[in-house]
Design a protein around this ligand. Structure first.
Ligand SMILES: *[C@@H]1O[C@H](CO)[C@@H](O)[C@H](O)[C@H]1NC(C)=O
Ligand SMILES: *[C@@H]1O[C@H](CO)[C@@H](O)[C@H](O)[C@H]1NC(C)=O
Ligand SMILES: *[C@@H]1O[C@H](CO)[C@@H](O)[C@H](O)[C@H]1NC(C)=O
Length: 485
């Protein structure tokens, strides 16, 4: 299929928490700009990762450089991203200390900053519509994307010599988000493959992926951040094809099989390619968690796209004459195949900071900081998350709980283990340098007008028996069947 493949990002919890966060935001205003944690990011893949390469392709219809795309991007600018704002790669780049994704390869010619135009800070080669197989789509194939990278590498070498280039590349992160379009394309040819055919297709796909990864390794890539394929059968477009309006099971089944095979592939490659490190981030886990319990995670609409036309707004793309929703942060999907900015944000946090449910064998943060130790079963510790990201981190914990279908008890434990300023009742008073609230006017409505350290005028949410009314929602989730299958 020709259209953009789907993307994935995470969640954005929109409970009543933003009120409590104001003091945190104020504390952060002093934090200053972040410093990049890796020298550069090189990005490969499809529309889940494209930040504008397709703008430069004459005649392609896999484009998004027109409204209403970008309506929530700075200055409401349509950049070519298949999103109302940022995509998942932007959020991963932000967590790594960059402003957003590196620029599209095809825009470099006109960049005036030499570090950027020469690719020293990273380049995004991704192209909407492309796949792992060269036969998928009619945009910039993965093979071509890697050739473009090779050109950039030669330019860098000409600038800074070979040794520093090897060092630069070996410390940089190579992000790849692809595979969804190959599955769509296969489905278009064969909508009900038998078991043998499925195995053969997945095998061919993963073999080709292996070749791409080896090519990048030979060119100096060492650290791979792979983003898997989400439950694409639940996108508005496949739903619009299904008379029942449900997810198209076969697409999800192929996604699951592909994701499993990719994990095995990466594990195998890491033992044969010296110095290679990787993490596989699971957009599948994030999106299926949202679908399983949207309300707990702050979503109102998980079937219909915010922008588009037809059934589920899934029958045509987000064009200037399409209608679009106003409450975009409450939607899982932006258009027929792509997530919203809010979803991408949650996915970014899950993959960067999350437990093994969301990224394994290590998360992207561990890949970046290059820790030797592989943390087994480590879950998110809020001490590892910058204060301003803690709200989203809290959502992530909810998501974990939803996915593991644990009960209220587990949820309560999560609250105690992972609370932040919305739940703090005074711990930070004892931490030098931590954001504090143990002074008036905090606590002005607390019994005795005492500033306790709660980030509020009176009680905070954990002081009440039913924090945010989530218990019932979580309880329900533990009983409901997997929504994606
Ligand atoms: C670069 O800028 C020139 C002049 O503004 C424009 O014609 C050209 O299309 C641009 N090229 C790229 C790759 O952006
Ligand atoms: C699956 O389909 C192929 C045709 O594409 C056929 O040759 C094969 O026998 C089928 N296998 C099974 C197990 O049905
Ligand atoms: C919207 O625009 C597209 C092309 O931009 C066109 O194909 C389509 O027919 C238009 N739809 C409506 C409802 O005007």
């Amino acid at each position: 299929m020709r259209g953009p493949p789907f993307p994935l990002h995470l969640l954005h919890l929109h409970l009543h928490l933003h009120l409590h966060l104001l003091p945190v935001a104020a504390a952060l205003a002093f934090a200053g700009a972040e410093v990049a944690k890796v020298p550069a990011i090189y990005v490969f893949g499809d529309s889940t990762a494209d930040v504008g390469n397709n703008n430069y392709l004459p005649g392609s219809n896999a484009k998004a450089n027109f409204p209403h795309n970008g309506v929530d991007f700075p200055f409401s600018r349509p950049t070519g991203r298949f999103s109302n704002g940022y995509n998942g790669i932007d959020f991963l780049a932000i967590h790594m200390g960059f402003r957003r994704s590196p620029p599209p390869f095809l825009s470099l010619a006109n960049k005036t900053n030499h570090q950027i135009s020469r690719g020293l800070k990273g380049v995004n080669f991704a192209s909407g519509g492309s796949g792992i197989l060269d036969s998928t789509g009619s945009t910039i194939t993965m093979t071509k994307q890697i050739q473009y990278f090779s050109t950039i590498r030669s330019n860098i070498m000409a600038q800074i010599a070979s040794e520093p280039t090897y060092r630069l590349l070996s410390k940089s992160i190579f992000l790849i988000s692809s595979g969804g379009n190959d599955i769509f394309a296969y489905f278009t040819e064969n909508s009900s493959p038998n078991a043998t055919e499925k195995v053969r297709f997945i095998g061919a796909l993963v073999t080709k992926y292996e070749n791409h990864l080896k090519a990048l390794y030979v060119l100096g890539a060492r650290k791979f951040g792979i983003v898997d394929v989400p439950p694409i059968g639940c996108c508005p477009y496949p739903r619009s094809l299904n008379p029942t309006g449900g997810c198209l099971d076969i697409l999800n089944e192929l996604s699951v099989a592909f994701n499993k095979a990719v994990k095995l592939l990466m594990h195998r490659l890491s033992s044969t390619m010296k110095g290679m490190k990787y993490s596989v981030g699971s957009s599948y886990a994030v999106v299926s968690g949202i679908i399983r319990n949207p309300a707990a995670l702050g979503y109102k609409e998980i079937k219909t796209a915010c922008c588009g036309a037809g059934k589920f707004n899934g029958e045509s793309g987000c064009t200037p004459n399409a209608t679009y929703c106003s409450e975009r942060h409450l939607y899982l999907f932006w258009d027929l195949l792509h997530p919203t900015h809010a979803t991408s944000k949650l996915a970014g946090v899950a993959i960067y900071y999350g437990s093994q449910q969301f990224a394994s064998p290590v998360n992207f943060r561990q890949l970046v900081v290059d820790e030797i130790r592989v943390y087994q079963g480590q879950s998110l510790t809020l001490s590892s998350v910058p204060v301003r990201k803690k709200m989203t981190a809290f959502l992530l914990i909810l998501l974990s709980v939803i996915l593991s279908r644990q009960s209220i008890v587990a949820y309560s434990a999560a609250l105690y283990a992972f609370g932040d300023s919305t739940t703090d009742v005074g711990n930070n008073n004892f931490l030098p340098g931590a954001p504090k609230a143990n002074f008036l006017p905090y606590g002005i409505d607390y019994p005795g007008r005492i500033p306790t350290g709660r980030f509020t005028n009176g009680f905070n949410s954990v002081d009440y028996p039913k924090p945010w009314g989530l218990r019932r929602a979580l309880h329900r989730s533990s009983l409901s069947p997997a929504a994606c299958r």
